[in-house]
Ligand binder design. Sequence first.
Ligand code: ADP
Ligand code: S3P
Ligand code: MG
Length: 175
Amino acid sequence: MIRIFLTGYMGAGKTTLGKAFARELNVPFIDLDWYIEERFHKSIRELFVERGEASFRELERNMLHEVSEFEDVIISTGGGTPCFFDNMDYMNGHGQTVFLDVHPDILFNRLRVATHQRPILQGKTDEELRAFIADALEKRAPFYVQARYRFDAGHLESRRQIAGSVQQLRSLLGV
Ligand SMILES: Nc1ncnc2c1ncn2[C@@H]1O[C@H](COP(=O)(O)OP(=O)(O)O)[C@@H](O)[C@H]1O
Ligand SMILES: O=C(O)C1=C[C@@H](OP(=O)(O)O)[C@@H](O)[C@H](O)C1
Ligand SMILES: [Mg+2]
């Protein structure tokens, strides 16, 4: 049975790689953010604004527990998922966990063009964004490193790179 959790910071490639990886392994793909959006008929952005972050995190944990029951699945979490409650332990107890480790400069380049999709990053200048990423990585690293595997997802900028990363991830996990 395959149950793999992809974790890492925003822009690390959890969604992109998860989707391509699931297609390669011919198993369903679940992106936790998308799952939540479908379940609540609201965007992550709306849920953040309406409920506040603390309440979003509770809902996210509940949904994590729900999707962790599925079998033969690739699950991409949100960037913050491993860093709240006992979520990291929970994922380690329910499947294989991967930390998509990406250099902060690459994260910055990816995220500066996509801040409007991510409520936490909205309205930041380039310098604020750089500082925010560095600060968040420092705080979140202790959680991310608890994942069983670490994978460099710094090369996802073309279809070819994504396909190459999928093959590397396959051999790392032995699937
Ligand atoms: N089709 C694509 N072509 C080129 N680059 C892409 C494509 N899809 C994603 N990427 C790159 O991968 C990055 C990671 O995005 P995403 O998978 O949404 O990260 P996460 O889910 O970890 O927040 C994007 O910012 C972009 O640089
Ligand atoms: O890092 C975070 O706290 C968040 C990351 C997002 O997911 P992605 O990492 O897929 O962008 C999403 O869950 C929400 O905006 C909060
Ligand atoms: Mg994502």
